[in-house]
Each structure stands twice: as structure tokens, then as C-alpha cells.
Design a protein around this ligand. Structure first.
Ligand SMILES: C[S@@+](CC[C@H](N)C(=O)[O-])C[C@H]1O[C@@H](n2cnc3c(N)ncnc32)[C@H](O)[C@@H]1O
Length: 224
């Protein structure tokens, strides 16, 4: 890990591990709204392979695979990935869904400009410092091919619950041991520096429901 927050990161990783062990298939089997959007925009761009970050047990990876995409799913929870691999075999999707343990605070494994699309649902709003967030988005930019797409979804600062979380340093907040960040538009704009910002859409999702942001970024093609 390149930056601070090491203790916080380790505690969050252990917390996610426990969450997946005690609640298998924690996020259910329905795809997220962002994954449904990503399938549309990636498909329209002629893309058929996706790198998913913070994939959990893979509900979105399986949805994308069923839509015809090849998905490489990563997460820093081994128990989530064990569930994902088991399900991939059970569903006969293990030729289309691969998985690898990866903490996105570390550099992304792919070489420069070798990935067509990156997807991350509810990852960027996890316990990252602003420097870690900028570095992650810059890594995604590095691995994407020119014209490549990055779709992400995060908690919105407009969610009524945001006010009930206890504030920590640097805009992070904690509730019931989970640390995260509620995104506002200035942060979305800041992270879109160098990118073409194709879409920033507020929406509600889930039974409560949660107020979210969906963001689509494109890595610009070089000027000729
Ligand atoms: C809210 S869950 C979302 C899971 C999945 N994207 C979904 O929507 O079903 C956040 C996921 O991010 C993962 N995560 C959190 N911090 C991470 C990090 N630093 N590196 C990789 N994965 C991380 C957690 O293990 C968890 O699976």
C-alpha cells in the first residue's frame, strides 16, 4: 500500500471478510442499476470485456456475463471471491467470469492501455482517503485503452442517512463500524479531471432506498 490509512484499511478488510462469511450472498442475486446501465453503454460501444473492481460475490459480474461480456472480477475479500468462484462453476459461467484478489489501493495489475471497460458499484465510496481515490481513478485511466469506459456508482451526499453517520477526517464517515464517503458533485467533477464526463446521474436504489450517483467516464482518444 502506497499511502496511509493502513490500520483503517486492514480493519475494513477484516470487516468485509466477516460480513461475507456470516452473510453469504450478502448483496443478493439481482444486478445493481449501475450494472444494467453499464451493460447498455459498454454494449453500445462494442465492448465485450470488463474489469470489475470491488465485485463482492459477483451479482453484477454474473449479470454482465449473462449479457455476453467476459468479466474479470476483483475484490479484497477472499470469502466473497470464494462464493463468486463457486457460483461461477455452478452456473457454468467460469469460462466468462474470472476472479482475483486485489486491493485497489495497490496499482492495478493490467498493463497500460489494455482494458476496454472498468466497472465499480459501491466501491469508490469505501474507506479511501482523497489521495487514494485520486490514485485509484488515475490507475483506471492508465489501464484503459483510449476511448475506454469507466462506469461507477457511489453513495450520494444527498442521502438522508448521510447526516446520521459520524464524521471522520477527510470527508469519511463511520456507522456501525463501516467507514465510507458520501459523494457530492464537486468530488465527481474533481475525479473526472482528464476524462470526458459522459454522465452523472442521481438515482435511488434498494428497499430503503439509498440515494446514489452513477457516473460514466471515457478516456479521451488522442487528438490527431
Ligand atoms: C458495498 S460492497 C459492493 C459489492 C459489489 N460491487 C456489489 O454491488 O454487489 C463493496 C465491496 O468493495 C470491496 N472493497 C472495499 N474496499 C476495497 C479495496 N480497498 N480493494 C478491493 N475491494 C474493496 C468490499 O470487499 C466489498 O465487496
Amino acid at each position: 500500500m502506497k499511502t496511509g490509512h493502513v490500520e483503517l484499511a486492514r480493519a475494513q478488510q477484516e470487516r468485509w471478510q466477516r460480513a461475507y462469511v456470516h452473510h453469504p450472498q450478502l448483496h443478493g442475486s439481482e444486478p445493481s442499476a449501475a450494472a444494467q446501465w453499464a451493460a447498455e453503454v459498454f454494449g453500445a460501444a462494442g465492448i465485450d470485456d470488463v474489469l470489475e473492481l470491488g465485485a463482492g460475490h459477483g451479482r453484477d459480474a454474473f449479470f454482465l456475463a449473462r449479457q455476453g461480456f467476459s468479466v474479470h472480477a476483483t475484490d479484497f475479500s477472499e470469502s466473497a471471491l470464494d462464493q463468486l468462484r463457486l457460483e461461477a462453476q455452478r452456473e457454468g459461467l467460469d469460462d466468462r467470469v474470472t476472479a482475483a484478489l486485489h486491493d485497489v489501493r495497490d496499482p492495478l495489475p493490467p498493463a497500460d492501455a489494455t482494458v476496454n471497460a472498468v466497472f465499480a458499484n459501491l466501491l469508490l465510496n469505501m474507506a479511501f482517503s482523497r489521495a487514494e481515490l485520486r490514485s485509484l481513478v488515475s490507475e483506471i485511466y492508465r489501464v484503459l485503452c483510449p476511448g475506454g469506459l469507466f462506469v461507477y456508482a457511489v453513495w450520494s451526499a444527498d442521502d438522508p442517512c448521510a447526516g446520521h453517520w459520524q464524521e471522520l477526517e477527510e470527508g469519511l464517515a463511520v456507522h456501525d463500524g463501516f467507514v465510507g464517503r458520501f459523494f457530492d458533485q464537486p468530488l465527481i467533477q474533481e475525479l473526472a479531471d482528464r476524462w470526458r464526463l459522459d454522465d452523472e446521474t442521481p438515482y435511488d436504489e434498494g428497499p430503503r432506498p439509498l440515494r446514489m450517483w452513477r457516473v460514466t467516464l471515457a478516456k479521451p482518444e488522442p487528438q490527431t
